[in-house]
Design a protein around this ligand. Structure first.
Ligand code: NDP
Length: 376
């Protein structure tokens, strides 16, 4: 049940964070970035200020904490209430998205399936916006979901330090690895605007509820567990986990970057020091126009069609490993992520196969493995 004080806390948390995100998204400067051509032939334009927003959030967090504007440790104490509030907010927010898509869509990439339930679940619009700059999917996925993840694990670290008077190296390694991952996300945010979440999945319950609730609740869980389970590793073990996690995050980043640079340079940039192997895949947009996309078939993208999911899963494993191997609970995210990304590999193949037809078949012959070279 949501009591009034809890709801007030939720409002405090959401509004302070939301206000920061809103201001950051709209007011912070950033280069103009054009997203990929949409199914209806539109080209969404974004403001690329993710890294600046990330450091602004960190600075505001430290400032707010040190000036005692808010207590990070209280966020841990009231996290159940905060989640209840987030749930209520996002259910209403998805209703807003439904009505906005129905009566005031931002672009022609919108429309109903004829089922109210499915429209609420899947969403009506691909790129809902308020005004020119306030992109609602960037706000839910990047600035609330990803940024909220970063803020919450910092709150948990502060809580552990308040509880025991020191920070364990397990918490430090876990939070540092998660922050490295979150930083790399914002470094690559322009690439994220070209992924399935943005270019394919509509703004509805499936995507937005997940980013507003599931990400803060589940993705943060290894650090949440460590608050009251303080584990101290030997220095070599802590360093080894940190190095392995950093390597996994780097490989994941580099494969995303490789695809992004390959597309941005029309296949002209070298891949692992050599001209890339590629397939020029033709397809038609919804308005009947003929377009061509380049598919990279070398580098990380030549090992398997979704090889980058493997280091993504390993990175999650390494920021969970500091919690030890005695309890399965902190590993829920790793387990969930493995299912999510395996399903995503199938979903993406189906989408690309229907988009590129024979060209995709040609690509699957050149790169036969889905995720793990020689195995799957
Ligand atoms: P991808 O980077 O896998 O991009 C998929 C799209 O890229 C395809 O739909 C297709 O789009 C294009 N594409 C496919 N094959 C090629 C190729 N060979 N060469 C060039 N372009 C190609 O998107 P994801 O969103 O799945 O992943 C992005 C990142 O986000 C990854 O690092 C992933 O690990 C991470 N991620 C993390 C999640 C989490 O919850 N932690 C969840 C999901 C992803 P087009 O129509 O443009 O051809």
């Amino acid at each position: 049940m949501i009591g009034c004080p809890a709801f007030a806390i939720y409002m405090w948390f959401t509004l302070t964070h939301l206000d920061g995100s809103l201001v950051e998204l709209v007011a912070l400067p950033g280069a103009v970035h054009k997203g990929p051509v949409s199914p209806k032939g539109n080209v969404p334009v974004y403001k690329a200020n993710g890294v600046l927003a990330y450091f602004t959030t960190l600075a505001l967090f430290v400032l707010g904490w040190q000036l005692e504007v808010f207590s990070p440790a209280r966020v841990y104490d009231l996290f159940g209430e905060i989640l209840s509030g987030l749930n209520m907010f996002s259910l209403l927010f998805c209703l807003f998205l439904y009505f906005k898509g129905k009566y005031a869509p931002s672009s022609s990439d919108s429309g109903s399936t004829g089922s109210l339930v499915y429209d609420y679940y899947w969403g009506m619009e691909l790129y809902p916006r308020i005004g020119r700059h306030f992109d609602l999917k960037t706000w839910t996925n990047c600035r609330m979901g990803m940024m909220g993840w970063g803020v919450l694990v910092l709150c948990y670290a502060v809580k552990q330090r308040e509880l025991y008077g020191y920070l364990t190296n397990s918490m430090a390694v876990s939070v540092l690895l998660m922050h490295l991952y979150i930083f790399k996300f914002f470094l690559w945010e322009t690439g994220y605007w070209g992924t399935m979440d943005i270019a394919h999945d509509r703004a509805g319950y499936y995507l937005c509820w997940g980013c507003l609730n599931w990400v803060p609740a589940i993705y943060t869980s290894p650090a949440l567990y460590l608050v009251e389970n303080p584990i101290q590793w030997s220095l070599p073990a802590a360093v080894a986990i940190g190095v392995a996690g950093t390597l996994a995050i780097y490989i994941n980043y580099d494969s995303d970057r490789q695809r992004q640079v390959f597309r941005a340079t029309n296949g002209k940039a070298l891949v692992w020091g050599k001209p890339p192997q590629m397939i020029a895949a033709k397809y038609s947009t919804g308005d009947g126009k003929q377009k061509t996309s380049l598919l990279l078939a070398s580098g990380w993208w030549g090992l398997a069609r979704h090889f980058h999911y493997l280091p993504e899963i390993l990175a999650a494993f390494f920021w969970t490993l500091p919690a030890g191997l005695t309890h399965p609970l902190p590993y829920f995210y790793v387990f969930f992520l493995t299912l999510l990304l395996t399903d995503r590999a199938f979903r993406d193949d189906v989408r690309c196969s229907s988009k590129y037809g024979a060209y995709w078949q040609h690509y699957t012959k050149a790169v036969p493995y889905k995720m793990i070279p020689y195995i799957f």
